[in-house]
Ligand binder design. Structure first.
Ligand code: UD1
Length: 463
């Protein structure tokens, strides 16, 4: 992520006092990676779209801003269970341009191209560029849109796409890109005739997108398999849709339980979506019981995890978005783990930080060899990106002593009220505005000495 909205706000840090076993129940939020493409898809219809179980995340807020600037009406409500409800009406679209500042905020804005082309016949976005996890090309998106009949011009940082009408076609993706699969499904929904996408990504969020689009009146089949077929329709209506639970957030809380030797019950989980993660954690010795009907997982662990090797792959393989968190677990496991990152080129930003905590990790290219140590030690750390940041929080929870983490804004992109929910499980995690002033610990535990004491102690560590 090139720029973050948070950089304009006073800097925030997380202070984590390690060594507490997490215990309790946590409800998993709606999936970030499901709601983002669906919000983009609202541009396809003049009908009202109502989403329930929407996580209040920064990436969702960025997408909301993009939709408003395109002319859509967006309204937040609170559902009976306290989760977010988002109503979007793109009846009147006044623009086909996604501004550069918002593209810079969130790379996923690229998948507005498909819906804007489908509805308005033109779209203008800017190149998303690379981010903390390496170069992120969009060639598969552009090639697919061109195959559907769009003329694409790239001028400097801008990409302009136009199509008098999109025509159904056969598209074979070179790699099963999640974003390209979603973008092309959305572009094809209002195209003439049938589109077939082969070597499509199979992530559960794509199935959720298909279900939502079909509720609007689209005809999409095959999501979850590697061939997706879309029969174009003339127009779409409105619909209500409940977002699937966030499997990465669930996985992160599972590791939080395991790494602290705790016992956590996760509600609102679809265990099938987590099969690769569950299998790996079980291999490490972590006790996991599933109640698929009740959508509940119980994670329980009280001794040192065993080392396990794993390789990230497109779904249903082990998710790259869980690699940093499970590496934090491997850092304290008994034995040596070999971890291969095969999805992204540079996704080891958490490694130097874990090493600062005493981890023994060597990397070469996309391979990390992690020799587990008995205990990590708290340190002053930098979160380089969202999931690496989550991994450092987990490492901090397990470490001896205090960890102070910078770059908290990354966490807000993908975890709803993260530290508050960790605190509800007993974790000692506090937020600190930086530079600290008396009373600046946000949501901190009222300690004997009050917030001022908490602040100065944290400042002492960070200093
Ligand atoms: C999505 C997820 C992200 C997750 C990733 C992989 C969302 C909003 N984000 O990102 O959290 O880490 O899937 O599971 O859903 N690639 C190309 N050309 C392209 C597109 C992608 O070479 O046109 C490459 C990428 O550089 C990367 C790989 O394909 O190496 C996978 O990327 P992709 O599946 O597209 O990830 P995103 O959709 O960006």
């Amino acid at each position: 992520m090139a720029r973050m909205a948070g950089s304009r706000r006073p800097e925030q840090r997380l202070v984590i006092e390690g060594g507490v076993r997490l215990k309790g129940t946590v409800r998993v939020s709606g999936a970030k990676n499901a709601i983002l493409p669906m919000l983009a898809a609202t541009v396809l219809t003049s009908g009202e779209c109502v989403f329930t179980g929407v996580p209040r995340l920064r990436d969702v807020a960025v997408m909301e801003t993009i939709l408003r600037r395109l002319g859509a009406a967006v309204r937040w409500e609170t559902g009976p269970d306290g989760t977010g409800v988002l109503r979007v009406s793109a009846r009147n679209l006044s623009s086909h341009r996604v501004s550069e500042d918002l593209m810079g905020e969130m790379r996923s804005s690229i998948f507005l191209m498909g819906p804007l082309l489908g509805r308005l016949g033109r779209a203008r976005v800017s190149t998303p560029g690379g981010c903390a996890i390496g170069p992120r090309p969009i060639d598969q998106h552009l090639r697919g849109l061109a195959a559907l009949g769009a003329t694409i011009r790239q001028q400097g940082a801008h990409i302009e796409a136009e199509a008098a009408s999109l025509e159904g076609t056969e598209i074979h993706l070179d790699i099963p890109s999640v974003g390209a699969t979603e973008n092309l499904i959305m572009a094809a929904v209002l195209a003439r005739g049938t589109t077939v996408i082969r070597n499509a990504a199979r992530e559960p969020e794509i199935v959720d997108l298909q279900n939502f689009l079909n509720r609007l009146g689209a005809r999409v089949r095959g999501a979850g398999r590697d061939t997706i077929r879309i029969d174009g329709v003339r127009r779409l209506g409105g619909a209500e849709h409940a977002i699937i639970p966030d499997r990465i957030e669930a996985g992160t809380f599972m590791v939080a339980a395991a790494i602290t030797g705790g016992e956590v019950i996760l509600e609102n989980v679809i265990p099938e979506h987590l099969e690769a993660v569950i299998a790996k954690l079980r291999e490490a010795g972590v006790g996991i019981t599933e109640d698929r009907e009740a959508m509940v997982l119980r994670v329980r662990w009280s001794s040192r995890p065993r080392a396990t090797d794993f390789k990230t792959l497109p779904y249903p393989g082990f998710p790259t978005d869980m690699q940093p968190q499970v590496m934090a677990l491997a850092a304290v496991a008994d034995g040596t783990s070999v971890i291969t990152e095969s999805v992204f080129e540079q996704r080891f930003g958490h490694v130097p930080e874990l090493i600062r905590m005493g981890a023994r990790i060597k990397t070469e290219g996309r391979i990390a060899v992690v020799e587990g140590v008995e205990r990590l030690t708290g340190a002053a750390l930098d979160a380089p990106d969202l999931r690496a940041g989550a991994a450092l929080v987990l490492a901090g929870l397990a470490a001896r002593g205090r960890t102070v983490l910078r770059g908290v804004n990354h966490l807000e992109r993908g975890y709803e009220r993260f530290e508050e929910r960790l605190r509800s499980l007993g974790a000692r995690v506090y937020r600190l505005a930086w530079p600290p002033s008396v009373g600046s610990v946000a949501g901190g535990r009222p300690s004997e000495g009050g917030q001022a004491e908490e602040t100065s102690r944290a400042a002492w560590v960070a200093g």
